[in-house]
Design a protein around this ligand. Structure first.
Ligand code: FES
Ligand code: FES
Length: 172
């Protein structure tokens, strides 16, 4: 039996072995059966880019990609994600090269406290992976999945629109 399970069992903690991929790296951990994906990422792996806002599935700040689709990590039991591929904000840039949306968020001044930014980017990366030039309605629908308490959204919309324009000229 895995030594981490033995260790946890000695401490009287029921665990199960979870194996999944996070940002391209295989991860295997003994976890409590009821741990959420958000806690797994933040507490077990130290990936704190995914933010905890409400823990209720309402604010959207915890969004990550699960097998390429945006999902709310606070609502997902990690144990249900065996063999899934998770992408967090830490896995979006390619080395030092930011995704065009990340760069646009900086250039347009769309990042204030930054708490909503990882989820905005995660949802945007999914949007731009499907269509290089989404229209204004698609952009606003995408942005509306995440609550921002700081910006009033206009700069975020501008960042998405400039990304759409850039990707239309120079698809990745
Ligand atoms: S923390 Fe997950 S939706 Fe708010
Ligand atoms: S930049 Fe602060 S919550 Fe959006």
């Amino acid at each position: 039996m895995d030594t981490r399970i033995v260790s946890a069992a000695r401490q009287g903690v029921a665990t199960r072995l979870l194996s999944l991929e996070v940002n391209g790296q295989r991860q295997q951990r003994a976890v409590a059966p009821d741990i959420t994906l958000l806690d797994f990422l933040r507490e077990e792996l130290g990936l704190t880019g995914s933010k905890r806002g409400c823990d209720l599935g309402e604010c959207g700040c915890c969004a990550v990609l699960v097998d390429g689709r945006p999902m709310l990590a606070c609502l997902l039991p990690a144990a249900d994600l065996e063999h899934s591929a998770i992408t967090t904000i830490e896995g979006i840039a390619e080395g030092t090269a930011l995704h065009p949306l990340q760069q646009a968020m900086i250039d347009e001044g769309a990042v204030q406290c930054g708490y909503c930014t990882p989820a905005m980017v995660i949802n945007g990366v999914h949007l731009f992976s499907g269509e290089s030039r989404p229209d204004a309605d698609a952009i606003r629908t995408c942005i509306s999945a995440t609550s921002c308490r700081c910006t009033g959204y206009n700069r975020i919309v501008q960042a998405f629109q400039s990304t759409a324009e850039r990707l239309a000229e120079d698809p990745r």
